[in-house]
Design a protein around this ligand. Structure first.
Ligand code: HEC
Length: 187
């Protein structure tokens, strides 16, 4: 007598379980679809960001005018400008260090940081001492490092030289004596 309702109960229980299982499946499925959509949008954003990310070439195109301006700043004894350009060179190198590029199995960041630690540091010392001879020597050593790395990385056709003309025509290389005077007045 009791077996009939038992079978009925079991059937109901089974149906409820199946219903829960199906609901669970539907929920999981929706979650997967949602996550896939999110992943796709993250991938899209990463793609855009990597297109905006600076590459070694961008940094190089910044190094080039900084080096040229540095030459004219020293030539005209504009030491604040020269030291500013040295600082710029160091900052450009720092950007490359973050990217950790390896080109033609050359650790570009490592070679660049050696360049900053030796010939660029020597240029800075020379500028602080107003030592033109030492500056010219370390400037040449820096250029040698530029070109040595271009050779090693397979960009040897890219030869850097001491500038033969100013890199821009809208900048006065001479020290800003009037600006210095104005500054000392306010002190
Ligand atoms: C550690 C290696 C390394 C050093 C040091 C280095 N470069 Fe480069 N440079 C490269 C590589 C690699 C490229 C090619 C980058 C690219 O196009 O992807 C390059 C390219 C360039 C370019 C060509 C960019 C263009 O599109 O016109 C210039 C200019 C340049 N470098 C200037 C310099 C100067 C100036 C220095 C020294 C102050 C220097 N580089 C030092 C590795 C180096």
């Amino acid at each position: 007598m009791a077996s009939k309702p038992n079978l009925f109960h079991s059937l109901v229980l089974f149906i409820i379980l199946v219903a829960f299982f199906l609901l669970g499946m539907i929920y999981q499925q929706r979650k997967i679809v949602r996550e896939e959509k999110e992943l796709a949008s993250v991938k899209e954003r990463l793609k855009t960001m990597s297109m905006l990310e600076p590459d070694v070439g961008d940094s190089m195109r910044e190094l080039q005018p900084a080096m040229a301006k540095l030459w004219y700043a020293n030539k005209y004894k504009n030491y604040p400008l020269a030291l500013y350009e040295v600082k710029e060179i160091k900052e450009i190198v720092e950007t490359v260090e973050v990217l950790k590029p390896v080109v033609n199995s050359v650790d570009v960041a490592m070679v660049l940081s050696n360049m900053v630690n030796t010939p660029v540091a020597d240029m800075e010392t020379a500028l602080r001492r107003h030592d033109d001879k030492k500056f010219i020597k370390s400037y040449a050593q820096t250029i040698s490092t530029c070109n040595a790395c271009h050779q090693m990385t397979g960009f040897g056709f890219n030869r850097i030289i001491v500038p033969t003309a100013p890199p821009v025509v809208n900048q006065d290389w001479r020290p800003a004596t009037s600006a210095i005077r104005a500054k000392s007045k306010t002190k």
